[in-house]
Design a protein around this ligand. Structure first.
Ligand SMILES: [Zn+2]
Ligand SMILES: [Zn+2]
Length: 224
């Protein structure tokens, strides 16, 4: 059985000098070779992996180390770490993309505005988790936002800064203290203030200054 699949595959690729085994059979819309095995159509590189490298679950991702989609050389194929695939799915299911391209965390957000998540027994900042998945472990480094949106987990908006960059970021946010408040926060703060709650109590909840809460509450009086 495996032998016949191996024969089937071997008749449908050409070895290139650079080591890639180029598929010469049919090609799917995404540019991957298409193989027909047991009356079913499958991506050729996956069939190659399963034939020469070992069992492959239908939910497991395969990556080409050579970047050539038509290549079916098993030595150029690696399984994407299951853990990474799981983490990616976990993250993507919990963000919503804004018009600015930010991937905003939709679950629990701490008082400073950062997304928090709990994954496999470990607590993470959502943006740090995203950085770790897409760009590598930040270690002890600070993961900063180019978009100034602490809820954002878009890896393209994240960069590794040192403590100085982080402090500069923090200072910039402090100069614009409203930036981290969402419209919902603002509405909640205003209604709490309107119902007579103390500035101090509200400020403590948001980990900010009374003056900030006061300013947010006052804007309403001006616009109302
Ligand atoms: Zn290759
Ligand atoms: Zn962003």
């Amino acid at each position: 059985m495996t032998k016949s699949v191996a024969d089937y595959l071997s008749a449908r690729f050409e070895k290139r000098k650079d080591g890639c085994w180029m598929w010469v059979g049919s090609v799917n819309a995404q540019g991957y070779g298409r193989a027909y095995v047991d009356g079913r159509s499958a991506r050729a590189h996956r069939v190659s992996f399963a034939t020469w490298k070992g069992a492959l679950g239908s939910d497991e991702e395969i990556r080409h180390s050579c970047g050539v989609r038509l290549c079916v050389n098993p030595d150029h194929l690696t399984k994407v770490d299951r853990e990474v695939t799981d983490r990616k799915t976990y993250l993507l299911e919990r963000v919503s993309v804004t018009d600015q391209g930010c991937w905003e965390w939709t679950e629990y957000v701490n008082k400073a505005g950062y997304g928090r998540c709990f994954l496999k027994g470990q607590t993470w900042f959502a943006h740090r988790l995203s950085y770790a998945i897409h760009k590598g472990d930040p270690g002890l480094g600070f993961v900063c936002h180019t978009c100034d949106n602490p809820k954002c987990c878009n890896p393209d908006h994240l960069y590794l800064g040192d403590n100085d960059t982080n402090m500069a970021d923090k200072a910039r946010r402090e100069r614009h203290p409203f930036m981290r408040f969402t419209r919902v926060d603002v509405a909640r703060i205003r209604s709490r203030r309107a119902s007579g709650e103390l500035l101090r109590t509200i400020a403590e909840d948001y980990d900010t200054d009374e003056s900030v809460i006061c300013a947010i509450a006052k804007r309403r009086r001006r616009t109302a």
